[in-house]
Ligand binder design. Structure first.
Ligand SMILES: Cc1cc2nc3c(=O)[nH]c(=O)nc-3n(C[C@H](O)[C@H](O)[C@H](O)COP(=O)(O)O)c2cc1C
Length: 384
């Protein structure tokens, strides 16, 4: 079958073939660089979309190495996503020599007594093994200025701010020809990011995986478009196939930012058991919770969510809560308590029933959206 054409102004802006971006998805604190790793970025960019590295959770130097690795594997444009907590951006980076490997168990000593006691209670109740995980301090999240500088030095084509505003680095980025994108979960933030000079705004609806707001995609996208105008908007939250892409373009978005569907791909950075949890999930099988990061985020429902709710504890500030959650998840994982763990994922999980190569996902999305947008309306619809 002949290759389809589906272009929007996003394709010219980013020099890509299709208006599809795989979302920046940060790795878990422990273990492999999961989420949106180099392999996924390369696969999506090579397929004509634009792959975005999930740089949150990497140290600044690990992120630099990953950028260089991507460049070795593809000549196509790509992006890097980092989290920019407003308080850290304002206060300044953690010192450059703050990057150390430390046992997670030691990091937990810094938590408030009530949270530490809860952790010990869970451990004793379930007979869980000690966590032996080692974590890196000084990640891009605690060093956002250094992270932005490295992206600029390395000439990353698209810098993506997954949390907070990229305003502080826009001028320097534009001076090198780099494009900047910010993510918003409501119309007010969409307008703020646009006025801060970003080239693109992602409007991410409530149904999305990972950190997520209160407004559903179909209500948010047009309101974000109005608030951000004339800055163009990409749609996110609940897009898993060509129908979602077509809907987003019909609303007036110039492209899509897709997370869960690409996480559950051959190159997506999740453990097989996590990908399977997405395949098994129905439309109602994800929940929003503060357990993982202290901010509201969506993951496949598992019983760890219930334990947290029953605790009555207030979440710790981001990213401190990540230490607590990572330690508990690590212990449940090592004890094989699969009912108590599950990946970040969006409501779109309900329509994902197969792990496919990322290139196939891009191709099928384009094919289906092109069909819909050129001709294929249900026979019950009459339009002239
Ligand atoms: C496993 C996972 C990790 C994520 N990590 C990040 C992150 O580090 N930075 C970020 O900007 N967004 C992150 N997100 C959100 C995605 O970038 C994206 O906005 C969201 O997945 C879109 O909704 P969808 O899952 O319905 O496609 C994550 C999402 C998932 C599923």
């Amino acid at each position: 079958m002949a290759k389809r054409t589906l272009r929007t102004p996003l394709c010219d802006l980013l020099d890509i073939e299709y208006p599809i971006l795989s979302a920046g998805m940060g790795p878990s604190l422990i273990g492999e660089k999961t989420g949106a790793p180099v392999e996924l970025v390369v696969a999506v960019s090579e397929a004509g979309g634009l792959g975005v590295l999930g740089g949150a959770g990497y140290t600044v130097e690990e992120m630099r190495d990953a950028i260089r690795e991507i460049r070795k594997l593809t000549g196509r444009p790509f992006g890097v996503d980092v989290l920019l907590p407003a308080a850290t951006v304002a206060a300044g980076d953690a010192p450059a020599d703050s990057t150390h490997e430390i046992p997670l168990a030691d990091a937990l000593n810094a938590l408030p007594a009530a949270h530490r006691e809860w952790f010990e209670k869970i451990k004793a109740e379930f007979g869980l093994p000690d966590t032996e995980a080692v974590i890196s301090t000084g990640t891009t999240t605690s060093r956002p200025h250094a992270a932005a500088e490295v992206c600029i030095e390395e000439g990353v084509p698209l810098f993506c701010a997954g949390l907070g505003s990229p305003e502080f680095m826009v001028e320097a980025a534009h001076a090198t020809g780099m494009k900047v994108l910010g993510i918003a979960g409501n119309a007010k933030n969409a307008g703020r990011i646009a006025r801060g000079g970003a080239d693109l705004v992602v409007a991410q609806g409530h149904e999305a995986g990972g950190h997520t707001g209160r407004v559903g995609s179909m209500a948010l996208w047009p309101q974000a478009i109005d608030a951000a105008a004339p800055t163009p908007v990409l749609a996110a939250g609940g897009i898993g196939d060509g129908r979602g892409l077509a809907a987003a373009l019909a609303v007036g978005c110039i492209g899509v930012w897709v997370g869960t569907r690409f996480l559950a791909s051959k190159e997506g950075g999740a453990l097989d058991i996590q990908k399977q949890a997405i395949v098994n999930a129905g439309d109602e099988d994800t929940r929003r919770t503060t357990i993982y990061t202290g901010k509201t985020s969506r993951a496949t429902y598992n019983r760890f969510h219930d334990l947290w709710e029953e605790s009555g504890l207030e979440p710790l500030r981001f990213p401190v809560q990540v230490l607590l959650a990572s330690a508990v998840v690590d212990m449940f994982n090592r004890a094989g308590n699969v009912d108590y763990v599950g990946p970040f994922a969006g409501q779109v999980a309900g329509m994902i029933d197969e792990i496919k190569p990322a290139a196939q996902i891009v191709e099928e999305m384009v094919e289906e959206a092109a069909d819909i947008l050129t001709r294929r309306l249900p026979s019950s619809v009459t339009v002239s």
